[in-house]
Design a protein around this ligand. Structure first.
Ligand SMILES: Cc1cc2nc3c(=O)[nH]c(=O)nc-3n(C[C@H](O)[C@H](O)[C@H](O)COP(=O)(O)OP(=O)(O)OC[C@H]3O[C@@H](n4cnc5c(N)ncnc54)[C@H](O)[C@@H]3O)c2cc1C
Length: 306
C-alpha cells in the first residue's frame, strides 16, 4: 500500500514527494508524459533561488529528480487516466497499473495555450514565450509583440514595458476582453501600440532566433510583416484537471479549488499544489512552495488517519 501517491513531476510534484518521503512515508511519484513538467522546454531560468548563474530547465528538473530518488521516492513513468476518490484507499488508474494509496497529492500543472504554428514550437525559448515574468528580462530595449486580448495579454503587455523598447499588442478582434481598468492602463501607456483585427499567420526567424511576424488583417485579408525580437503568446492556460471532473471541486476555468491556507481539496486526504490550483502566480518557486505545504499536509493527515 502506498502512503502518498504524487501525480506530476514538475517542481510541485517533486517538492511534495521530497517532503512526504523525508517524513518517513512510502511515496510513489508518477511522472506523466512530460517528465520534469513545463520547465523542460525552458533554456534559461534566472529566477529560481540558489543558482547565481542561469540554469537550464532540464538541468534544474534533473536535480529535483535526483534529490527525490535520494530521499527514497519511487519514481514511476505512468499517466493517470481516471481516479476514484469516493472511498479510501484512493484508486488512480494508470496506463500500466492501478495505484491504491492512503493519500494523493495532485500536481498536474497547467499548460499554456499556444497558437499551434510549427514555427512557434521551433522558436520556444529563442524568442517565443508564454510568460513575461519568466522571460521579459531577456528583452531589454527590444521590440516585442504580445498576442491576445484578455486580462493576461494586457498584464503581460504592461509588464513588458519595464524592459522592451516598444510593445505591440496583437488582437484578432476590434475590442479587448480585459477588464476596463486594465484597458485604460494599456491605452495610456506610450510604449504600447495595438494592432486590431490582426492574426499571426507565422513566426519568422533566422533558425537561431525570432526576427519577425507574418500577419493578416482579419477584415481585409491583407498580409504584412512586422520585425520583432520576441513574441509572447498570452491566449490563456488550461489546467490539467479533466481526469478529476466530478471527483473534486474546480472553478469555472477548471482549476482545482483548495483551502486558502493549506493544500486541502474538497476530498479529505487529497491535496493539491502548483499551477493546477494557481491561476495567478504560475512560477516554479511558488509551485515548489505549494508542494512543500502539500507534502506536510499529507504527512499530518496520515498521522491522524493511518
Ligand atoms: C516556456 C516556459 C518557461 C518558463 N520559465 C519559467 C521561469 O523562468 N521561472 C519560473 O519560475 N517559472 C517558469 N515557467 C513556469 C513554470 O514552468 C511553472 O510555473 C511550473 O513548472 C509549474 O510547476 P507544476 O509542478 O505546478 O506543474 P508542471 O511543471 O506543469 O508539471 C506538471 C506535471 O504533471 C504531469 N501530469 C499532467 N497530467 C498528468 C496525468 N494525467 N498523469 C500523470 N502525470 C500528469 C506532467 O507530466 C508534469 O510532469 C515557465 C513556463 C514555461 C511554459
Amino acid at each position: 500500500m502506498i502512503d502518498v501517491l504524487v501525480i506530476g513531476s514538475g517542481p510541485a510534484g517533486y517538492t511534495a514527494a521530497i517532503y512526504a518521503a523525508r517524513a518517513g512515508r512510502k511515496v510513489v511519484l508518477l511522472t506523466g508524459t512530460q517528465q520534469g513538467g513545463q520547465l523542460i522546454i525552458t533554456s534559461f531560468i534566472e529566477n529560481y533561488p540558489g543558482f547565481a548563474d542561469p540554469i537550464s530547465g532540464p538541468e534544474l528538473m534533473e536535480k529535483m529528480r535526483l534529490q527525490s530518488e535520494k530521499v527514497g521516492v519511487d519514481i514511476v513513468y505512468d499517466v493517470i487516466n481516471r481516479v476514484d476518490f469516493s472511498q479510501r484507499p484512493f484508486k488512480c488508474f494508470g496506463e500500466s497499473a492501478v495505484y491504491e494509496s492512503k493519500a494523493v497529492i495532485i500536481a498536474t500543472g497547467a499548460n499554456a495555450k499556444w497558437l499551434g504554428l510549427d514555427s512557434e514550437t521551433k522558436y520556444v525559448g529563442r524568442g517565443v514565450s508564454a510568460c513575461a515574468t519568466c522571460d521579459g528580462f531577456f528583452f531589454r530595449n527590444k521590440e516585442v509583440a504580445v498576442i491576445g486580448g484578455g486580462n493576461t495579454a494586457v498584464e503581460e503587455a504592461l509588464y513588458l514595458t519595464n524592459f522592451a523598447q516598444h510593445v505591440t499588442l496583437i488582437h484578432r478582434r476590434d475590442t479587448l476582453r480585459a477588464e476596463r481598468i486594465m484597458q485604460q492602463r494599456l491605452f495610456v501607456n506610450e510604449k504600447i501600440k495595438i494592432l486590431w483585427n490582426t492574426e499571426v499567420r507565422d513566426i519568422i526567424g533566422n533558425d537561431e532566433k525570432v526576427t519577425g511576424l507574418s500577419l493578416q488583417n482579419t477584415q481585409t485579408n491583407e498580409m504584412s510583416e512586422m520585425p520583432v525580437d520576441g513574441v509572447f503568446v498570452a491566449i490563456g492556460h488550461q489546467p490539467a484537471t479533466s481526469i478529476f471532473v466530478g471527483q473534486l471541486k474546480t472553478d469555472d476555468s477548471g482549476y482545482i479549488i483548495k483551502d486558502s491556507l493549506s493544500s486541502k481539496t474538497s476530498v479529505e486526504g487529497v491535496f493539491v499544489a502548483g499551477d493546477v490550483c494557481n491561476p495567478t502566480y504560475r512560477q516554479a518557486v511558488v509551485s515548489a512552495g505549494q508542494g512543500c505545504i502539500a507534502g506536510i499536509d499529507a504527512d499530518k493527515f496520515l498521522s491522524i488517519n493511518n
